[in-house]
Design a binder for this molecule. Structure first.
Ligand SMILES: Nc1ncnc2c1ncn2[C@@H]1O[C@H](COP(=O)(O)OP(=O)(O)OP(=O)(O)O)[C@@H](O)[C@H]1O
Ligand SMILES: [Mg+2]
Length: 269
């Protein structure tokens, strides 16, 4: 009893004030692609309500890791635990149920071009959750409203801006009531003036207590909102800690070094 109290106390300290029961735990994940080791013993613990931001150079393995987290990319060894229970990825039914709880947002939105915004959100509610059309549409409108698109429901992807498309994609993921949301550079395909509206939706989700892992180069956002920054390089996690720990003025961390170079390259543009 006492031990678990101490464990919780240290965890709390590390993660500010967020609740700390691990929702998802990826343990010792190894992935080989095309004969090359791409992820090497990567472990990540996602406490409830935490936002972890993945950063690192191109080719570090961030996208591979995110896709491994919902088993779009299978791993050679390691395990995924949801609420403390190992996911049996070889059991189709269990894997399907797991995937429903782990939402994914991609850089390029992945919307259905032949469906309007409402139907893009409603289709999974009907097909996966078995909702009636009217019920699915009501829920879809609620999620579109949550991301500020209550007036755009009838529009098709071609009629929406990049930022709006990405917000539809987020609404679609939220409609499934995900336990964890994975975001792979959700703003990097957007014109600079559209980045803010998507980040602001993600900011609202952190406030609502959604558990998220996000790969991004938006360091101001990470600094302000990440509970933890996870720095990856060559398929490994090299550093991990709060923005305050890793980005303190004058601290000699790989993360700080990387950010300084990132900011320099943005200034040069
Ligand atoms: N199907 C594949 N076969 C072989 N190698 C692959 C495959 N997919 C990815 N890789 C390699 O895995 C490494 C990690 O790629 P990944 O896309 O995960 O990096 P990343 O950190 O997301 O990079 P970026 O910042 O550019 O998005 C790269 O070296 C890439 O070439
Ligand atoms: Mg990537």
């Amino acid at each position: 009893m006492k031990r678990s109290y101490i464990f919780l106390a240290t965890q709390r300290k590390r993660h500010h004030n967020i609740m700390t029961s691990p929702v998802l735990f990826a343990r010792n994940i190894n992935v080989t692609l095309g004969g090359n080791p791409i992820l090497k013993n990567v472990s990540l613990n996602m406490p409830k309500g935490s936002l972890k931001v993945l950063i690192g150079p191109s080719g570090a393995g961030k996208s591979t890791f995110l896709q491994t987290l919902n088993y779009l990319i299978p791993y050679d060894s390691g395990k995924l635990e949801l609420h403390g229970k190992v996911v049996d990825v070889d059991n189709k039914k269990e894997l399907y149920a797991y995937r429903q709880q782990v939402g994914m947002i991609f850089q390029d939105f992945n919307l259905f071009d032949h469906l309007n915004a409402i139907d893009n959100v409603a289709i999974a509610l009907r097909k996966v959750k078995g909702m009636k059309k009217s019920e699915a549409n009501i829920r879809a409108m609620a999620e579109l409203t949550r991301v500020g698109l209550e007036e755009k429901g009838d529009l098709y992807p071609a009629e929406l801006s990049g930022g709006q498309k990405q917000r539809v994609a987020i609404a679609r993921a939220l409609a499934m009531d995900p336990t964890v949301l994975l975001l792979d550079e959700p703003t990097s395909a957007l014109d600079p003036e559209l980045v803010g509206e998507v980040l602001s939706v993600i900011r609202d989700l952190t406030k609502a207590g959604l558990t998220m892992v996000m790969a991004t180069h938006q360091m101001d956002f990470a600094r302000a909102l990440a509970h933890e920054i996870v720095f990856m390089q060559d398929g490994e996690i090299i550093e991990q800690g709060s923005p305050a720990e890793l980005l303190r003025e004058g601290s000699k961390t790989r993360t700080g070094d990387f950010c300084a170079r990132l900011e320099m390259s943005i200034d040069e543009e």
